[in-house]
Design a protein around this ligand. Structure first.
Ligand SMILES: *[C@@H]1O[C@H](CO)[C@@H](O)[C@H](O)[C@H]1NC(C)=O
Length: 621
């Protein structure tokens, strides 16, 4: 009898895995993922308990003690080991400490390109316990001033090549009593001080921990700018707690000490900074830093440096796939690609062309409180519904009215969850484990991202602004963004900011800005439907000059549609939907169309010929 029971039990134990594998093919991956999350959580909790406090900078210091001579960052023809980076950042920190324009704990804005100096300066400020605002080095004038001011920074450190842009806003900075440092050995402009010479002279002695003793987990660590739904960019506050969680991103994707990671995305964004840089500090991997993404140099760089991990955004993958095929396409050591926004067709093409690379697609936003990882490797998906994950981060998809631009509410005033297979707005409950910190000194914008009374009266959710769909197999797919923003060249474009700028160009009275789809491109190209001021004519070169002066390349409207009057019969929202649908086809749109011609440096009439050469890809956008 006993033997019989034992046989039965053993037998069923053997059968269970087989049955489960047949009927729920992803269950092992799901369980593995739970295990991984549990490990991350435990490590995080144990670090949070350490005294004195343990921050990201302490992880860096651990790494530089563990392997001081290992390359930390390679840039162009220079290699900096962990110990070099430690010494360099000490010099920067010591130079700042003795600078009269800096007081302990001051917020410092960095306006620099993707180069090692940015890493060392950030590290120096982390050692000093100063929050760092990572300014986008493409922005100019009004946007630059706005970004600088909204995190209440007292000091600006700029890269040598950005001197003109700084001089442009210098009067306003001087008026606010801001100290402006330029990373050069000398500078003749009154009001701007050289800084590289001071760094060279400063000692590389380590900083005592006491200089950052004021820092807690709630203290701001970095500000990263996002163009959310409306207006000028907002500074998302990344506090020390969140920075500590960011350590896990690469390691949870299987990246380790021996990996070499290719960072070609801007360090002022989440992808480059939080994932590439902070992620590597946890793993101790070597960073191959690139000033700018280049499709033609990508694989040669990977071969030259034995790169094993690359980062991407959707555009990167598309550009890589559209380069001319080469015989050595599969000759490289890249084994993992981590990023987001890759389209299913490009994903397939990428694999067939560049070989067996594990594409780790994920979803996250700088300020959001929920993220997904496509751990099952399902092409086209961003992640998977996972019981354990959902318990930690309670999220749901709710019905959204795209015409009225708001969630649908039922008779009780609550939101309505969408069934599987339908598209809905991703919202995630704000909890202690999944907090939403918000934007720096901007209560109004922070409140706008919160959604109340979602499933129960009085509950509180974070509104991601992203439309998603969950299929019958529990895979999650990104569908679209809502609101007054669209993506182009990997950047969010805030339509209200663009229309504000357009209306200052002299001849434009009103501007309605939106994004239009262009075949063969990710995201949407900027387009503006404008009305002209009375008696004015459209001056293509003047508007062009204005646009390139005040807007970064990705935000410049590629097309302008000149209307006699704004339609008054429809609502603003309906009108926008119609404009987006009509697009930029001169055969379809009756109004005169203008096209941003970078070669001629003006807006020129969009002819049927230009239209077809844009569609065929011979005219580049
Ligand atoms: C890359 O790997 C090869 C072979 O493993 C080695 O000979 C070469 O020195 C490595 N290059 C770098 C830059 O590490």
């Amino acid at each position: 009898m006993i033997l019989y029971i034992i046989t039965l039990v053993l037998g069923s134990l053997l059968i269970i895995p087989f049955t489960v594998k047949t009927f729920c093919p992803h269950v092992w991956m799901d369980l593995q993922y739970c295990g991984l999350m549990l490990r991350i959580l435990l490590r995080f909790v144990s670090r949070r308990r350490r005294r004195p406090y343990f921050f990201v900078v302490d992880r860096f210091l651990e790494q530089s003690v563990a392997h001081p001579h290992k390359p930390f960052v390679v840039f162009e023809n220079e290699t900096f080991t962990f110990s070099d980076a430690d010494a360099r950042s000490n010099k920067v920190a010591n130079a700042l400490r003795s600078h009269p324009g800096y007081r302990a704990g001051d917020t410092v804005a960095l306006f620099m390109g993707n180069e090692p100096a940015l890493l060392f300066t950030w590290l120096a400020l982390a050692k000093l316990g100063s929050p760092v605002a990572l300014l986008n080095h493409n922005i100019r004038s009004r946007s630059l001033l706005h970004c600088f001011s909204c995190c209440k920074a007292q000091l600006l450190i700029a890269g040598p090549e950005l001197k003109d842009a700084v001089e442009d806003v210098l009067p306003a900075l001087t008026e606010q009593g801001v100290t402006v440092l330029l990373a050069t050995k000398q500078c003749d402009t009154p009001g701007i001080q050289s800084f590289a010479d001071k760094v060279d002279e400063a000692p590389d002695a380590p900083l005592p921990r006491s200089v950052r003793s004021h820092v807690t987990f709630k203290s701001p660590a970095v500000y990263i700018y996002t163009s959310g739904t409306t207006g000028l960019p907002k500074a998302a506050l990344v506090n020390q707690n969140r920075l500590l969680t960011a350590l896990a991103i690469l390691s949870s994707n299987g990246v380790s000490l021996d990996d070499v990671i290719y960072v070609n995305l801007p360090l002022y964004h989440t992808a480059g900074f939080l994932i590439g840089l902070i992620g590597s500090i946890e793993t101790g991997s070597t960073i191959i830093l690139k000033r700018k993404f280049s499709a033609s140099q990508f694989w040669d760089d990977c071969r030259k440096h034995n790169v094993t991990v690359v980062q991407y955004i959707g555009e990167v993958m598309r550009y890589l796939c559209s380069t001319p095929k080469r015989e050595n396409d599969k000759d490289h050591k890249v084994r993992v690609a981590i990023g987001n926004g890759i389209r299913a067709d490009i994903w397939r093409e990428f694999l067939s062309r560049f070989g067996d690379i594990k594409v780790q697609e994920f979803y996250a936003s700088t300020e959001g409180n929920v993220g997904f990882l496509n751990y099952a490797g399902k092409i086209g998906a961003i992640g998977r519904v996972n019981f354990f994950h959902r318990m930690l981060f309670p999220y749901t998809l709710i019905k959204y009215d795209t015409e009225r631009d708001e969630p649908v509410r039922d008779a009780n005033g609550l939101c309505v969850e969408v069934p599987k297979g339908e598209t809905g707005l991703l919202v995630s409950r704000i909890t202690k484990v999944a907090p939403f910190v918000g934007y720096a000194h901007n209560r109004e914008q922070t409140e706008r991202k919160k959604l109340r009374d979602v499933l129960k009266k009085g509950d509180l959710y974070f509104n991601t602004g992203d439309l998603m769909r969950i299929d019958q197999d529990n895979f999650i797919y990104f569908q679209d963004r809502v609101g007054d923003t669209f993506r182009w060249k990997g950047e969010n474009v805030a339509t209200t900011e663009v229309s504000d700028i357009l209306t200052l160009s002299g001849c434009i009275q009103e501007a309605n800005v939106y994004g239009v789809q262009v075949p063969g491109h990710e995201g949407r190209a900027g387009m503006a439907a404008v009305t002209l001021t009375e008696d004015a004519h459209f001056d293509g070169s003047k508007v062009y000059q204005h646009v390139v002066t005040y807007l970064p390349p990705y935000a410049r409207p590629r097309f302008i549609r000149i209307q006699n009057a704004v339609e008054v019969t429809t609502t603003f929202k309906q009108m926008k939907v119609k404009l987006v649908e009509e697009g930029f086809d001169p055969a379809r749109v009756r109004d005169p169309l203008q096209f941003l011609d970078d070669k001629q440096k003006c807006y020129a009439p969009l002819t049927a010929q230009t239209y077809s050469s844009i569609l065929s890809g011979s005219t580049k956008l």
